[in-house]
Design a protein around this ligand. Structure first.
Ligand code: 5GP
Length: 185
């Protein structure tokens, strides 16, 4: 039943959330989002935070029935100490957000630093509303107060890979969310 992910080697880590659980949770999130934006007059802008959120974006977008537009933004995090991590904008949006409803789509909210920065940044584009959908949420690691409007899964303080999340640039294409072997909280 468990197809080897890389035929030439053993699958890495252990599964924390499998692909069917991800899929059903995203369908439920999409229903909630559909209902919340059902009566808005312009398409919802799904603002994907590159690169980690792209698989989540692709599945969420296909589960929604309301009209949406897709937009992308990219940031880079510098991790000095955990509490002084700072964020730099690498790619800004390329469409006007003024007066629009924006739903930021993230892979994971950890300390909240990235999302706090992005919230502040997006507000300068004067949208009508900004909300956040994050597939994963590590509440125990939070340092900045941020509201995650739509949460896929609350997870413990473990380093996860797969379904968009990387380790050193790889493993984003794994279909399940996995914890690296030997990774302790
Ligand atoms: P924050 O700014 O909330 O501390 O961190 C957000 C970013 O840190 C995420 O977008 C992601 O790139 C990275 N991150 C946090 N936790 C994990 C994790 O468990 N696995 C991976 N692959 N990236 C993580």
């Amino acid at each position: 039943m468990n197809t080897p992910i890389f035929p030439q080697s053993a699958p890495i880590g252990t599964v924390l959330i499998d692909r069917s659980a991800i899929s059903s949770r995203i369908s439920a999130m999409a229903q909630e989002i559909d209902a919340a934006y059902a009566s808005t007059d312009a398409p919802l802008i799904l603002l994907s935070v590159l690169k980690g959120s792209i698989l989540f974006l692709a599945d969420l977008a296909r589960s929604l029935t309301i009209p949406v537009e897709l937009e992308f933004i990219a940031v880079r995090s510098y991790e000095g100490t955990q509490s002084t991590g700072s964020v730099e904008l690498v790619k800004d949006v390329s469409m006007p957000l003024r007066g629009r409803d924006v739903l930021m789509v993230e892979d994971i909210v950890d300390t909240g630093t990235t999302i706090a920065f992005l919230h502040e940044h997006i507000r300068r584009h004067a949208p009508r509303s900004v909300r956040l959908a994050s597939l994963l949420n590590k509440e125990s690691r939070r340092e900045k107060s941020v509201t995650v409007d739509y949460i896929g899964f609350d997870i413990p303080d473990r380093f996860v890979i797969g379904y968009g999340l990387d380790y050193d640039g790889i493993y984003r294409n794994l279909p399940d969310i996995r914890v690296l072997d030997g990774e302790e909280s």
